[in-house]
Design a protein around this ligand. Structure first.
Ligand code: PLP
Length: 409
């Protein structure tokens, strides 16, 4: 995150000519990570030039529209509903389920928290709610708890780095507005024991959220995915990010409710106590970009089940190669990651990350324990052999440690 001091810059007196402007932009961009070259292992999820072309065309077609008003732009409202319906199908949502697109995983999770808080108050009279999530849950949960006034309660992790179910049983009580688990989580790529956690919640009539922001478009295309979706009794809401492994451009996630009535009853904001007429919105934002909706719709239709399956298989093949190499190099994989996320450690892991930095690779750092973190994209199979050769070099000849602070991207 940059500093908060503002740069000494003001609006130019005269507009900058286009050629100069874009020369400047291109120069600035050279400072950024080379994700197209497969050098980054999170943040962007490249799926190939053909997918790129689809995304560019869809984004271009819908650069200017505003998804706030479904009556002015019915094509957007239709595409959003179709994206939600296709996602609901993938996640085995039952008849009667519904949902909306959001700006990303964080918004999907925050909306699920807000809805659960309001339900807890309306349906069970809970006025000092808690949010019970595994310690490995994404910071979006802590953010939601902070924004919406819930107390965050962490479930400790068991030895396999999944949420400890026995501990969870002790932490869930009448104040609990929502219990959640990840499928998979960001730090270790493991899937929490969703059926057991959801059953604990359901026993007290408490909603349960599966955070499938990472896995929502991976696990449905895998043979041996652990149970995580609406087939699990007690799962009431789910988040799945189009802008991760759905391969849409940024600004696209889906929030699903098992009980579709909750969308209007709890998620929607409707207002008419002003001179501007009825205002309705399902999102945290007011005006909403149209391009992420068009891009998400287009890439889902373009890829289809066979396209997603092909891309997942490329990821799994790369993951298998990486895990084999980690074993060979005596580097320890944390937990048993199911798909695209791998965290690994060694007694002196950070200097290995530093050497990898010198060699042009950007791996995130983690703590507790110190570890390096990879999120594999389909296109990584083009660079995996070079990466593994560099990992061998870095392990044999680590850098001088530049510190062990964890860095999230
Ligand atoms: C498991 C998980 N949940 C939620 C999120 C939040 O998603 P976003 O960054 O789109 O807000 C992430 C982001 O990496 C994640 O890994």
């Amino acid at each position: 995150m940059g500093g908060m001091d503002l740069p000494d810059v003001s609006l130019p007196d005269r507009g900058v000519p286009r050629a100069e402007l874009f020369a400047d932009l291109r120069t600035r961009k050279t400072a950024d990570a080379d994700w197209r070259g497969g050098r980054t292992w999170s943040l962007v999820y490249p799926a190939g030039e053909d997918v790129d072309a689809v995304l560019k065309e869809a984004n271009n077609l819908y650069l200017y529209e505003n998804a706030l008003n479904p009556f002015r732009f019915p094509s957007l409202a239709d595409m959003e509903r179709e994206v939600v319906a296709m996602t609901a199908g993938l996640l085995s949502a039952p008849a009667g389920a519904s949902g909306s697109m959001t700006s990303g995983g964080t918004e999907s999770i925050m909306q699920a928290i807000r809805v659960a808080r309001d339900r807890a108050k309306a349906e069970r009279g809970v006025t000092d709610p808690t949010l019970v999530v595994p310690r490995s849950a994404h910071p979006a949960f802590a953010k939601g708890a902070k924004y919406f006034g819930l107390e965050l309660v962490h479930i400790p992790l068991a030895d396999d780095l999944r949420a400890d179910v026995n501990a969870a049983a002790e932490l869930i009580d009448d104040r609990t507005a929502l219990v959640a688990g990840s499928a998979p989580n960001y730090p270790h790529g493991v899937v929490d024991p969703i059926p057991e956690l959801a059953a604990l919640a359901a026993a007290r009539d408490i909603p349960f959220h599966t955070d499938a922001c990472v896995g929502g478009f991976l696990l449905p295309f895998m043979q041996d995915a652990p149970p995580f979706d609406f087939r699990v009794p007690g799962v009431t809401t789910m988040s799945a990010d189009m802008h991760k492994y759905g391969y849409a451009t940024k600004g696209a996630s889906v929030l699903l409710h098992r009980n579709g009535d909750h969308v209007l009853q709890y998620q929607a904001f409707l207002y008419q106590d002003w001179p501007g007429g009825l205002y309705g919105s399902l999102a945290l934002a007011g005006a909403r970009p149209a391009a992420p909706i068009a891009a998400a719709w287009s890439v889902m239709r373009y890829l289809g089940t066979d396209g997603y399956t092909r891309l997942v298989n490329r990821i799994l093949a790369t993951a298998t190669k990486i895990r084999a190499e980690l074993t060979d190099l005596d580097l320890t994989t944390l937990g048993n990651p199911v798909a695209s996320v791998i965290a690994f450690t060694a007694p002196e892991i950070m200097p290995i990350g530093d050497r990898l930095d010198d060699l042009g690779w950007h791996l995130d750092r983690q703590n507790h324990p110190d570890a390096l973190h990879l999120m594999i994209s389909p296109e990584h199979d083009r660079v995996i052999d070079t990466f593994l050769a560099d990992l061998r070099t870095a392990t044999a000849n680590p850098g001088t440690s530049r510190g062990t602070e964890a860095r999230y991207s």
